[in-house]
Design a protein around this ligand. Structure first.
Ligand SMILES: [Zn+2]
Length: 212
């Protein structure tokens, strides 16, 4: 199997507990579950409906605030933004609106008809989305197309520990809807491929890139 990010040949390993096979790319550190683990939309939706993301919940707001605290000091003063894959809630978009950034939101399950293909943004944010994508490279490319030149793409997804033993104990891949895993290096490689500037990462779960 070749890497879906950089096309290098992948190594493979099997989780002893779940027997799921994973593919690992040495070049870009991308890990993906064997494609038979990928679920269709309805199965995913059932799982997402279990998430209780209450907009008034202080913890939920603080969670997005941490993402904004990482992102906003680095992106100048964008006037327009898109929250791609917002889920049921538009809380992050509302929080960006409060910062003076007019934010649209889109979700393939909950808000599927909100995208305007002719509109380009100065900032696109996407939190806890990329780990669900069968072909994240295609989505990365399509998000770049929705960015203005010089616009920013800010993503949140947990970086994997890049260590086989630690990976097996890691909670994040045990969610059946989480199928692909990244480190900051994976996004550095994507930036090289698409001639983007890699701006920053937080060593844990956030990364900021810029369309050149
Ligand atoms: Zn790769």
């Amino acid at each position: 199997m070749n890497c879906h990010i950089c096309n290098d040949l992948c190594d493979t390993f099997t989780d002893e507990k779940t027997k799921i096979t994973y593919y690992y790319c040495d070049n870009c550190e991308y890990i993906f579950k064997s494609p038979e683990c990928y679920q269709d939309f309805s199965a995913q939706k059932e799982r997402y409906n279990l998430h209780e993301n209450d907009e008034k919940d202080a913890g939920y707001q603080a969670y997005f605030q941490r993402f904004l605290d990482f992102t906003l000091p680095l992106v100048g003063q964008p006037k327009t933004a898109l929250d791609f894959g917002c889920g049921a809630s538009s809380l992050l978009a509302k929080m960006l609106d409060k910062e003076g950034i007019k934010c649209d939101y889109y979700d393939p399950i909950y808000h599927p008809d909100t995208l305007n293909d002719n509109k380009k943004y100065e900032l696109i944010v996407s939190t806890e989305v990329f780990e669900h994508l069968h072909q994240p490279r295609d989505v990365f490319e399509s998000l770049l197309e929705r960015l203005k030149e010089g616009g920013y793409l800010a993503l949140q997804t947990q970086f994997h520990p890049n260590d086989r033993e630690a990976f097996e104990k890691w909670y994040y891949h045990q969610d059946p809807t989480h199928i692909v895993f990244f480190t900051a290096k994976t996004f550095r490689v994507l930036c090289e491929e698409y001639n983007c500037e890699f701006v920053s990462e937080n060593g844990k779960n956030m990364v900021l890139m810029r369309k050149c």
